[in-house]
Design a protein around this ligand. Structure first.
Ligand SMILES: [Zn+2]
Length: 286
């Protein structure tokens, strides 16, 4: 069965989903944009700047007022559609902060959208009104430092972007991705009692509490495994990846290495490991 590109899916009253045609090992079937509201709408994660997706969004909006275009974060599969959609609809771009990454050097990251320019940045806990509904920003750094989830108040729905997804664990890529922040953001979601998550990739999550507990457990297992591996002998990141992710899709080894690196940086900050040349080892006791 083919994925429902350019087909509006009504998830529940006031929440509809539209899938962009940008499938990849990192985006699953593609980026899902959400339309929230009925007589007036907000668009969450307009997605990549793809003509056919913007056309499909415009058709789904069907002449209604767009109160806001919201971005959860500024990876290239999420925010580049914001500016062209704003031109088409006159709507303001509201949501996560822009992030300037270098184009060369240690903080360079080609996965970021350098052109994202919001009209208004939402801080943690700030809300906007859409069609009598309230959308509230929930700051969830980790996948990126500027990541926001959006809660539709009184509905129990949380738009989780790339922070929590049903199809796969998120990637945490240093230097902008931060494992300690990601774990704290998972804990933040664990303490909320949302009914359902609508992620930017993959199916809606109907048992959010269970999934978040599982993700926290998964990362703690991974951390233990990394500590055990470097405890056996000093190891490089590729060596750790080969042992911790047997049989991984070759296209994902870079992301796995970044995730391991993110864990190691977190463990280092906690005084548990140290770098010796190219190899990671347990910290020596004082
Ligand atoms: Zn992302």
């Amino acid at each position: 069965m083919g994925a429902p590109y350019a087909t509006l899916e009504q998830m529940e009253p006031g929440i509809a989903r539209l899938l962009a045609h940008n499938p990849s090992p990192f985006t699953f079937t593609g980026t899902q944009s959400y339309l929230v509201g009925t007589s007036e709408v907000a668009v969450i994660d307009p997605g990549p700047d793809l003509h056919e997706h913007l056309d499909a969004l415009e058709a789904a909006i069907a002449g209604r007022t767009v109160a806001a275009i919201l971005c959860t974060h500024t990876h290239r599969d999420h925010s580049p559609g914001a500016s062209p959609l704003a031109s088409r609809t006159g709507a303001p771009i509201i949501g996560c902060a822009p992030l300037s990454m270098e184009t060369v050097g240690p903080r360079a990251d080609a996965s970021f959208d350098p052109d994202y320019m919001p009209d208004r940045v939402l801080e943690d806990g700030e809300s906007i009104n859409i069609d009598g509904l309230k959308l509230t920003a929930v700051a969830t750094p980790g996948h990126t430092s500027n990541h926001l989830c959006f809660a539709l108040e009184d509905s129990g729905a949380l738009f989780t972007g790339d922070h929590v997804m049903g199809w796969s664990t998120t990637v945490v890529i240093p230097p902008d991705g931060d494992m300690a922040a990601y774990m704290a953001s998972l804990e933040k979601l664990r303490q909320r009692e949302d009914r359902i998550y609508y992620p930017a990739h993959g199916p809606a999550v109907t048992k959010p509490a269970q999934l978040v507990r599982g993700l926290i457990g998964h990362r703690m297992q991974r951390e233990k495994q990394i500590l055990r591996l470097v405890g056996e002998q000093p190891r490089s990141i590729p060596d750790i990846v080969a042992r911790a992710y047997p049989g991984i899709d070759r296209r994902l080894t870079g992301a796995a290495g970044a995730s391991v690196h993110a864990h190691l940086l977190d463990l280092h900050a906690r005084g548990l490991v140290q770098l010796e040349g190219e190899q990671w080892a347990p910290s020596k006791a004082e």
